[in-house]
Design a protein around this ligand. Structure first.
Ligand code: FES
Length: 148
C-alpha cells in the first residue's frame, strides 16, 4: 500500500521548522509511543507567560517529524493558555490531514507540548489549572484520536 501524504506533510518533513534544542529551556517535554518506538522532545522558552521560542527533536517517522514541526509553529509566540488549546486534531488539520494509521503521530505532538508545560509548571512552582490531573497516555489508546 502506498500512503498518501499531503504537500504540507511532505514540506514539514523535508524542511522541518524549529528543529533543535534550547539550552536552559524553561520546560522540556519528552513523550514516546511504545508501539512504534517513536520519541518526541519539545523545548520551550517561556517569558511572562509567552512562548518566546520552541524547538523539537523527534526520533521518529515522517508524520511525527511533520507533526512536531507544525505544532511548534502553532504555539510559537502564543500564551501558555493558547498553547494548551492545541489538540492533535488541530495539528493534523493544519497539515491537511494524516493517514488514519498516522493520527497517533499528531497525538505525540500534543502530548509533548503538554509535557513541556507540565515540566515548566513544576520547575517554576506554578499551577496550570488546565493541566491538573492531565495524564499522558499511550497514543494508541488516546480517546481524542480521530480517524475519519
Ligand atoms: Fe509512531 Fe509516527 S509511526 S509516531
Amino acid at each position: 500500500i502506498i500512503m498518501q501524504y499531503s504537500d504540507k506533510v511532505m514540506d514539514h518533513f523535508m524542511n522541518p521548522r524549529n528543529m533543535g534544542s534550547i539550552e536552559d529551556a524553561s520546560g522540556v517535554g519528552e513523550v514516546g509511543n511504545p508501539t512504534c518506538g517513536d520519541i518526541m522532545k519539545i523545548y520551550l522558552d517561556i517569558e511572562d507567560d509567552i512562548i518566546k521560542d520552541v524547538k523539537f527533536k523527534t526520533f521518529g517517522c515522517g508524520s511525527a517529524i511533520a507533526s512536531s514541526s507544525m505544532a511548534t509553529e502553532m504555539i510559537k509566540g502564543k500564551s501558555i493558555h493558547e498553547a494548551l488549546q492545541l489538540t492533535n486534531k488541530a495539528v493534523a488539520e493544519a497539515l491537511d490531514g494524516l493517514p488514519p494509521v498516522k493520527m497517533h503521530c499528531s497525538v505525540l505532538a500534543e502530548q509533548a507540548v503538554k509535557a513541556a508545560l507540565i515540566d515548566y509548571a513544576q520547575k517554576h512552582n506554578i499551577v496550570i489549572p488546565e493541566l491538573e490531573g492531565y495524564e499522558i497516555t499511550d497514543a494508541h489508546e488516546h480517546e481524542e484520536i480521530e480517524e475519519d
